[in-house]
Structure formats: C-alpha cells, structure tokens
Ligand binder design. Structure first.
Ligand code: TF8
Length: 338
C-alpha cells in the first residue's frame, strides 16, 4: 500500500519536474549555433547584455540553442552586419537603429533631436505601438526585430574646447553615425559632421582625423574615449536605441518553438540590459571625472537655442518620414509624460 503510494508520488513528481524543466525537452527544438555580433567591446553594457542573452538562451532551451557572441565589430560594423543578416550569412546582432534608417527610413524618428526627456518615455515608445510597428517594417528587408536595448542619451566629447554654446562647435570635425538626420543636425549646429562606422572611431580620434564624437556616457567610458578626448559636454541631445535583430532567412527556418524561446530570452535580455545601462551610467560618470575629463553641462537656455537652430532639420525630416508618423511619436511621448 505504502510502496504503491510512494511510487505514484514519484511518477507525479517526475511528470511535474519534466513540465517545469521547460518546453525545450518536449518541444521542437534542435541543437543550433547562433552567431551574435555587436560593435562595442566585451566590457561594455552591450558586451554584458550579449553574454546574458547567450546564457539565458542556453537555459531556456536546455542547452540546445547555443549562442556565440562576437564583440568589437569582429563580424563587421553595424551596417555590414545588417547586410550579412539580410543575406543570411549571420544569424543575429545588436546595433544602433541609426544606420538601419538607410534600409527603413522610418527608423530615422529616433534620430530627431531633443525628443525624449527621460528613459521612461523612451521605453514606452519603443515597447509601444510605434516601436513595434517599426520592427515589423524590417521583415520586408530581410530582418526580424526582436527587442530594443538602451544605448542612451548622447553627449559630446572633443579634443578642442568645452562646448558651452552651439557656436563652440564651429570648425569641429565631429564624427556622427551613418545617418542623414544626424549629419543634418550637427552641420546645422555648426560642426563639420563626418559620418563613420563606430569601429573606426577610436583610431580616428586618436590620430585627430576627427576632433570629436557623440555617444552615451557608458560608451565614452567603456570605449576609453577619455584617453583621447579631454572635453565632455553633457547635452543629452538625442536618445538612440539599440535593436536586437535576427536574419529573416534564418529565422524562417526555425520552428515556432525555437522562435518562441529566442523571443523569450531576448525579452529577458532587454530588461537586464536597461537596468544595467542605467546603473552603469552613474558609475561611468565617476570614472570619467576621475580620468580627468573636463566636464560641463549646457544650460537649459542653451539647449532651447540649439533646439531652435535645428528646427529646420526637424521640419524637413518630419516631411520625409511622414508627418503622421512624427505626430504619432509625439502623441506617444506626451502620453508617457503625463
Ligand atoms: C555609434 C553607436 C554605437 C553602436 C554600437 C557599435 O556611435 O552609438 O554604440 O552602434 O553597436 O555608432
């Protein structure tokens, strides 16, 4: 009697633990190797989140979906990787949305300056209807958008002088991302904007091919720009996201179960990355101060002047991107703000 009862309990317990062990065992999941490329180094926010994603994916798939991560643009610049994914030569990547605007112009909305006031507003728009609709547009170009990670609010560094007014940018050769709006914005502010892949940036700064660049604090720290850029100016002029992408050619060969596990791991990586990025930003600022960077913050009055200066660029691209889309964007920001 007792033995029978124990056996039944055991059977029940085994059944339960199988269910908990995850869908992977029962589901249609084959052993696969996924190459995941990114542009920053392994010590960056991007590097940590890539490792998290790889671990998470192994966990949820019971070790079947293995991800190999390649940092420091070892698989190519953001633009090159986008092409490799579209062609089916690489499975996954994370990169900025800015160079994606060359494929799906609507991604340019995130390059419009001085839009978001806080990370919370950015999260709401990216995870809301607008951000999700934009990702769907990628499919026609051979890409599948999974989640947005935080790159963050961008600030300027340079080797010439502190930027206290737009006029201080006169004559500064400033590297920008490969994106029309970024180019327009910085030329209008008075700089000589030079589009260039991130992978070439450190050397360009070191050899003074360019005088400055703009990126979030976390990147200025992890990429060690403080070694070659004495001046940091806090402008928070634009919030740019990163997007985790898959090759559609490859994605379509996966089973629905495999796709579900990848989406699940990607969602977990988004939550991890955003938290990590926000914590790291504060720490990175201290590191930059200790490294001896001369740091200034532009006044709210000067931000208002800069905003006014670039308004023609915003107007021009509002027409090009679609006034309805830009209105939807502003409406979603307002909603998040209230
Ligand atoms: C840039 C971006 C970079 C990313 C990264 C290389 O300045 O801010 O963070 O695109 O993937 O190019």
């Amino acid at each position: 009697m007792i033995i029978q009862f124990k056996t039944r309990l055991l059977v029940l317990a085994t059944a339960l633990s199988c269910a908990v062990a995850g869908v992977a065992a029962a589901a249609d999941v084959k052993p696969r190797l996924i190459r995941f490329g990114y542009g920053l180094n392994e010590e960056s926010v991007q590097g940590r989140a890539a490792r998290f994603l790889a671990q998470e994916l192994e966990k949820v798939s019971d070790g079947k979906l293995k991800m190999k991560t390649f940092g420091s643009a070892n698989l190519g610049s953001d633009e090159q990787m986008q092409g490799a994914l579209a062609g089916g030569a690489q499975e996954m990547m994370v990169g900025s949305t800015a160079p994606l605007a060359g494929m799906v112009k609507e991604f340019g909305v995130f390059d419009l300056p001085f839009l978001f006031n806080s990370e919370k507003e950015a999260d709401a728009v990216l995870d809301g209807p607008l951000g999700q609709d934009l990702m769907k547009k990628l499919e026609a170009k051979g890409l599948v958008g999974l989640v947005y990670w935080e790159n963050g609010f961008r600030n300027m560094t340079n080797s010439k002088r502190p930027i206290t007014r737009a006029e201080d940018l006169q004559g500064i050769k400033l590297r920008v991302m490969q994106n029309q709006i970024a180019l327009g914005v910085f030329n209008t502010l008075g700089a000589n904007a030079v589009p260039m892949p991130f992978s070439e940036l450190f050397t360009a700064l070191e050899t003074r091919t360019v005088d400055g660049q703009e990126n979030p604090i976390t990147t200025i720290q992890s990429s060690k720009f403080y070694e070659v850029q004495p001046f940091l100016t806090i402008t928070r002029h634009v919030y740019t996201p990163w997007v985790v992408l898959a090759s559609k050619k490859w994605w379509d060969t996966l089973s629905p179960d495999e796709q579900k596990l990848i989406r699940q791991a990607a969602a977990a990586s988004r939550d991890f990355e955003r938290k990590d990025s926000r914590a790291d930003s504060t720490k990175a600022m201290t590191t930059l101060e200790q490294a001896g960077m001369k740091i200034n913050t532009v006044t709210p009055e000067e931000v208002a002047r800069m905003r006014q200066k670039v308004q023609p660029v915003v107007d021009k691209y509002t027409q090009e991107l679609g006034p309805d889309l830009v209105k939807q964007l502003n409406d979603e920001i307002q909603k998040a703000r209230n």
